[in-house]
Design a protein. Structure first.
Length: 560
């Protein structure tokens, strides 16, 4: 069958499912520490470079904008320019970004594996940090290529498709751990080699399928719901397996059988994609959109709707310090001309509102998971309970990533709710989760980590989608990866200057602390930060609600 956007989406799901090696650090951290003779502080330093690499994706966004996004200029000034653009679009594409990610993934993990097994001399810590950075940085290339391409292919359901892509990435750590348990149990060094080979090979095999296709009007929602059901089934299966593995000891054959069942579940998107592609192949494709946000360049939609034109004008005046309004024949106005590049976006207040909100939400959430074991230990949770909490985090993270995108799409399209309002709600709920962890009552970590995990995951779905809508698709990859830097920045501040300093002060000379007081003040501070993030997101909501209203009005006109 000829490839199309549905086959591309299935291929992206599989790449995302193998790309989360950074989430499985706990599997091989002990062997890395012992073979390299690291103390805990040195291992934590290497781990910091993992977090930086996995979140600093600006280069992947710049590369994607350079090689993958079709030109938005509808009328080239010369035949030579037109021909050159055709050649570039034919020769390059998202596969270049995937290839760059595969090279980094293989190089980083393979050099790390050579060090662990002793093939090469033990590297200096700075070199190991570089290996870890490269390995984790590859994740941003896979993620950018898959997420941005998916948004181009499904512009009307960007929240849903981003939620699916981000959701499978969030589950990938748990899926890779299932592969370890079935195939390499007790041999974490071989697991490092698998991390070097598996994501690289999967990406190289599928990268030519993942590209931007002409959009078609069809039953997108129906088949995206099919992908969503598969994602929920995989998440439920992994949650059941995580719980059972902490209760029972599985024999090797049982582990292999459960892993094969997981692979069968992961094959389901191909069946859905072929069905959707078969139906879509009978339809005539429409022109790809040239405008990067949900309100396309369509003067006919504005000619007979003064309210819509007013909303669009109001949005442009609020959203861009440039004040760049473009007027077309007939005097109709629509947002801000072409999509903004990263420097233009950074000159707007909306960018910094989104950045600050993400620093509060994603930063505090990442700080929570990074300190989960110590929090559980101080509150008297045993090893099995702490491991279960850490393992289940990936499930809550997935539910947030998937649920926020899916639900925000429904309420945007059906009720007209502006998407930033979901950021307001999730950050306020995260504040409640941090307060529950600070309270220290019996079982508080179970409830608190569910709320924080779900809301943390939701930020990873909402932020790229909002970025594509208010800044456009042309440079979406660069802009949302720049905003994502807020995650390690916030995590460093909350982990080191808040949680670390307060814990050390409470522990005193003993270097160890037990009791509710160890983390109480820290998590009340994290809770306050999320309340502040919710207020910042509320400001973004008021600044963009006119734009989102115009989006809803446009959809209503399309249905008439």
């Amino acid at each position: 069958m000829e490839s199309g956007k549905w086959i591309a989406a299935a291929a992206s799901i599989w790449i995302q499912s193998t790309a989360g090696g950074s989430y499985a650090f706990s599997i091989y951290s002990a062997v890395l520490k012992s073979t390299q003779d690291y103390d805990q502080a040195t291992l934590d330093t290497v781990s910091v470079f993992k977090d930086i690499g996995a979140n600093a994706g600006v280069l992947s966004g710049l590369l994607y904008a350079a090689v993958a996004v079709p030109s938005q200029n509808p009328s080239p000034r010369s035949q030579l320019l037109r021909l050159s653009r055709r050649w570039i679009n034919f020769s390059l594409g998202p596969w270049v970004v995937h290839a760059a990610g595969a090279a980094q993934c293989f190089l980083g993990y393979f050099l790390m594996w050579l060090s662990v097994v002793g093939v090469i001399r033990r590297p200096h810590v700075s070199l190991m940090c570089l290996f870890m950075f490269l390995a984790a940085h590859a994740q941003t290339f896979f993620n950018t290529a898959n997420v941005v391409t998916a948004v181009h292919n499904f512009p009307d359901y960007s929240g849903t498709i981003v939620g699916i892509m981000k959701g499978f990435l969030g589950l990938s750590g748990a899926m890779l751990i299932q592969a370890y348990q079935a195939l390499f149990k007790g041999n974490p060094s071989t697991f490092i080699l698998m991390l070097a080979l598996l994501p690289s090979l999967v990406s190289l095999l599928l990268m030519c399928v993942v590209k931007i296709y002409p959009t078609t009007k069809g039953e997108d929602k129906k088949y995206l719901n099919g992908f969503s059901i598969v994602a929920l089934l995989v998440a439920a299966y992994l949650m059941i397996m995580i719980i059972l593995e902490n209760i029972f000891t599985f024999p090797s054959l049982a582990r292999i059988a459960t892993f094969i069942l997981l692979l069968l579940l992961l094959s389901s998107p191909l069946k859905i994609a072929t069905q959707a592609q078969s139906k879509e192949s009978h339809r005539r494709p429409e022109a790809s959109p040239v405008e990067g946000n949900l309100l396309m360049h369509d003067p006919l939609l504005l000619e007979n709707d003064e309210s819509l034109a007013h909303d669009v004008r109001e949005y442009c005046e609020l959203s861009s310090d440039r004040g760049q309004l473009e007027t077309i024949s007939g005097g109709n106005i629509f947002p801000c001309g072409e999509s903004m590049n990263v420097l233009e976006a950074m000159s707007t207040l909306n960018f910094w509102l989104l950045f600050i909100a993400m620093a509060c939400g994603m930063g505090s959430g990442l700080a929570t998971i990074n300190n989960m074991s110590q929090i559980g230990e101080s509150l008297g949770y045993n090893t099995v309970e702490r491991n279960t909490l850490v393992s289940l985090w990936s499930i809550w993270n997935f539910l947030g990533r998937f649920g926020a995108g899916y639900v925000s799409d429904i309420l945007l399209h059906n009720e007209g709710w502006a998407r930033p309002i979901f950021m307001v709600v999730t950050q306020a709920t995260m504040a409640a989760g941090h307060a529950i962890i600070a309270s220290g009552f019996s079982g508080n970590l179970y409830l608190g980590t569910i709320l924080v995990g779900v809301c943390y995951g939701s930020q990873w779905s909402l932020m790229p989608t909002i970025t594509s809508e208010i800044f456009g698709l042309q440079h979406m990859g660069t802009i949302f990866n720049t905003i994502a830097i807020a995650s390690p920045v916030g995590s460093y501040f909350f982990s080191v200057w808040v949680i670390g300093d307060i814990y050390d002060e409470e522990a005193g000379e003993e270097k160890s602390c037990s009791g509710t007081h160890c983390f109480m003040l820290s998590f009340f501070i994290l809770s306050s930060a999320c309340v502040f993030g919710s207020v910042v997101a509320l400001t973004l909501f008021f600044r963009t609600r006119a734009f989102y209203r115009s989006v809803v009005l446009r959809r209503l006109q399309q249905c008439q």
